[in-house]
Structure formats: C-alpha cells, structure tokens
Write a protein that binds this ligand. Structure first.
Ligand code: GLA
Length: 393
C-alpha cells in the first residue's frame, strides 16, 4: 500500500510540477476515537488512535514566495496558487485552507518561511468522514515545514499549532484531540489523553481475536457547517452556571455524583443534557481504559454502546445515518461495541467486531443501511499506526 501511494504521488508531482528535483516525501495518519467524544473542549479525557491510512505528501522549497498546492483528492480543482503574502484567516473556500493555516500559524509563532513551496497531497482517508482528514493535512504540513526549514518543534507542538490554525485561521473551534492523536500516534496503541493538562499515556490495544471496523455513512459534512460550535458554547454556558455553585475550571472535573448534586444550577433542560453528556462521557472514558487494561473487552464494548446512546439522546449529534449504522451493528452477533466517532452529524461509526463476524457485519449493516437511508455505506477494517514520518529524504 505504502509503496503504491509513494509511486503515485511522485508520478503526479512530476506531471504537475515538471520534475521531482529536490522533493521530500511525507506521511501523516488519520485517526479514530475509540471513546471520549465531545470531551476534549470540556477538560475531559479522550482515547483515540492513529491509523495506518492517512495523507501522503511530496514537497519542496521554491525560489520565490509562491505557494503551489495540488491535491489528488481534488483533481478537478487543479493547481492552486497562492503566496506567503496572501494568507488571510477565514478567507479560503477549498482544502488549501488547511496547509495555508499551518503556514500562517508557524509565522504567528515566529517561524516565518523564507521562501514558498510546492506541495502535492494524496490521502486515502475518505474526505469529511470523521477520520480527521483535515487534521491529518495540518500535521502533515507541520511535518513538512519542520523538515524543509529546520524549525525546532516537537510532535506535541505540531498538534498545538495544527489546532491553533484550525481555531484561528479556519475559524473552527475544535479541541486538541484530532491533531494530538495524529501527531503523537503509536502503532498498536491508543492514547489516553487528559485534555485538562495534556498529560497522556499509551495503552496497548490487543483486541484478542477482534478487529476495529469503521463504517462510513457517506453523509458529508464539515465541522464548519455542523452544530459543533453551538454545542461548544452550550457547554461553556452550562459551565458558567455551575461555577456559581461549585469551584471547577471545566466540566471534566465533575464526577457523576457531583454533577447530579449541582445540575440544578443549569437553568435550561437542553443545556443540562449537554453538560451531563460531557461529565458522564469523561467518566466512561476513564472506566473504559481501566476495563481494557484489566482485559475486559466486553465492558469496554458496553461503555462504547453507552457512549453512543448519550451522544444520541443527550448531546444530540448523531442523526439517522449514524444511528442506523450503530443500531444495526448492535444487532449483529459478534459485535463487542459500536458507536459514532468524531464530531458526529454524519461521518463514521467505530465498531469492535470478532474476527469471524466481520464479513457478516459488513453484509448485514450494509444492507440495512442501504435500505433505510437509500445509499450505500463504506466499511474499512483498520489498523492502528504511528504518527507522522518523513518517508524518503
Ligand atoms: C472533532 C473535533 C475534536 C473533538 C471531536 C468530538 O473531531 O476536531 O476536537 O471535539 O470532534 O469529540
């Protein structure tokens, strides 16, 4: 797979830019979150992992100040030219907003590019699927800039710069989970990250005869057009109301019991449910990692299912496509757990499925989805991979 992708990007680069003189090759993964959804901007825990699918990139420095971008995922847009002097937050309508945002964010942190660059990308993550194709492009761009220009930034810095660019250049108020999972990815491990202080531990994932299956709803959406920012501000308002009666800095500091004690301070029923999700989901994530460490995969799966119910009923970010994928998955024997993953409102679900049940799962969930929703879902059996790399000097 990797060899084929490498050859393809080099061939295309030669075709688009004329030659491959002085190019370098890069890869950054996509990610899937196993549990801990909509907790990262509430000071809670998340449990994502990097995937072996992701974004391949070829890049080189230019002699002038031009930025020349090409994505094989958007061939129809052709070569998109810009310049280091034309980076305007909120001003881009296409995928180049992500690499431009990172170049802009590096400059904001005192790392100005001395010259422009050519950058060609090809991703094998389905776009807008909830597997963080955009964060993958951001971390890839950061990896390119560090390598080509010798900036001294750690992988954790790449995650923070990626999030900063998404917040301030792309004007999406995302948390740190996606960029962190990608920049800090480790083969066969998920990352148990406390978003309150960015402390983290790697937890080896050995699924004992089971696989991670991603079901993609093919309902496209971007965070920009979703209710993501609205949920975020509902949680902020709920926190401010709670702070009148209890001394906390984030919803992640509350246990379920404490939440039940103080929830009356939240003066709106809808906001109460949003905050309840944030609190309970954080506690579920802590319990799920403990269950996994104790070898109790069944309990991990049960907590994944409970996560989906909470995202569906209290946080209301699922929608009929994701609910169909997950509720049909729950009916299939051999499914250990299934839930929506990522921001929601479309995108993907993640399921843990016994090896022998995977084919049946894909057939049954696929048929039911086609019948209820009217178009097909796609399925990917994925593996957990490493963070970003320079593939070839
Ligand atoms: C998106 C955001 C993340 C996180 C998830 C929901 O993926 O980019 O920061 O908030 O949604 O868990």
């Amino acid at each position: 797979m990797q060899e084929v992708m490498k050859e393809e990007v080099l061939r295309k680069f030669r075709q688009v830019f004329g030659d491959t003189e002085g190019v370098r090759l890069y890869f950054a993964p996509g990610r899937v979150n196993l549990i801990g959804e909509h907790t990262d901007y509430n000071g809670g825990h998340v449990f994502p992992c990097a995937l072996t699918i992701g974004t391949y990139g070829v890049a080189r420095k230019r002699q002038d100040r031009k930025l020349c971008f090409y994505s094989m995922n958007f061939d129809q847009l052709g070569l998109i030219e810009s310049s280091l002097d034309e980076l305007t937050p909120g001003g881009d309508q296409d995928w180049t907003a992500y690499p431009k945002g990172v170049i802009w964010a590096f400059a904001q942190r005192g790392m100005e590019l001395p010259c422009g660059l050519d950058l060609l990308l090809n991703g094998n993550i389905p776009n807008g699927s909830g597997l963080s194709s955009s964060a993958s492009v951001e971390v890839l761009t950061g990896t390119v800039l560090r390598d080509l220009f010798g900036f001294e930034v750690s992988n954790q810095d790449l995650a923070l710069i990626g999030q900063f660019s998404e917040n301030k250049y792309n004007l999406v108020n995302c948390g740190i989970m996606d960029q962190f999972a990608i920049a800090m990815g480790k083969k066969d491990s998920a990352i148990f990250l406390d978003t309150a202080d960015l402390s983290y531990e790697y937890a080896p994932i050995s699924l004992q005869g089971a696989k991670i299956v991603i079901s993609c709803s093919n309902k496209k959406r971007g965070l920009g057009d979703s209710k993501y920012n609205e949920r975020r501000s509902e949680c902020e308002t709920a926190l401010a109301e709670l702070q009148k009666v209890v001394d906390i800095r984030s919803l992640g500091e509350l246990t379920e019991e404490a939440f039940e004690t103080y929830k009356g301070a939240i003066r709106d029923e809808v906001r109460q449910r949003r905050a309840k999700h944030a609190v309970y989901e954080n506690q579920r994530t802590i319990q799920a990692v403990a269950a996994l460490r104790a070898g109790d995969l069944a309990e991990f799966g049960r907590l994944m299912n409970a996560s989906h119910v909470s995202l569906r009923d209290d946080y209301e970010v699922t929608g009929k496509e994701l609910d169909t994928l997950v509720e049909e998955a729950w009916k299939v024997p051999g499914v250990i757990g299934s839930r929506m993953t990522g921001a929601g409102f479309g995108g993907c679900s993640v399921s843990i499925v016994e090896d022998g049940a995977v084919d049946d799962f894909i057939r049954r969930v696929g048929e039911a989805y086609q019948e209820k929703i009217g178009y097909a879902a796609d399925f990917y059996v994925v593996e957990i991979g490493d963070g970003p790399v320079v593939l070839q000097a």
